[in-house]
Design a binder for this molecule. Sequence first.
Ligand code: SF4
Length: 200
Amino acid sequence: MMKNNTVVYTLNQKAYINLTNRCSNRCDFCIRNGRETFYDYYLWLDKEPSASEVIKQLEPFLSYDEFVFCGFGEPLFRFDVILEVAEYLKSKGKKTRLNTNGQADLILLQRDAAKEIKGLIDIVSISLNASDAEKYQSICHCSFGVEGFYSMLRFAQSCKNQGIKTVLSVVDYIGQEEIEKAKKIARKLGVELRIRKYAK
Ligand code: SF4
């Protein structure tokens, strides 16, 4: 029987928080494609958890040092929950990371997301995925069209400007030429580039 609704899960000494299955992208390499589980965790949600439900579920995991907003969807769709949960984690002295597609100003419209997460999120890891908007769109199929790519770059710049540790990431399957171009983009923004292994 399906056991959906895992909100908090652990991998590599970190606790992960799965807030939503909504996303503005449909990436070809998304870990949820065709999957019921990820490392035996059932991350499809019948209902998105409230901040208080997440906080309650985090209690057994407070021995962990680092907490990552991630999961089978784009966490920015639950931005207010991120803020409340991150504030709770910070009150417990924990390190926090947000893994995101970075389309903050398209998803959150008028809000200055980078400013709002300053002091609550220690590391923002943004999926760069490709070296230009057309390639990004051909891999990520963003519902905002090619604007998704530019929005992601704007968010990376805003996070960097706010003094938040900002990391861009690409999946190694894009090939060496694209990786070199991604390195240039990261250098120009003054942020790190992480090259992730493609998880089949
Ligand atoms: S942005 Fe992330 S969650 Fe959304 S489809 Fe792409 S890999 Fe999956």
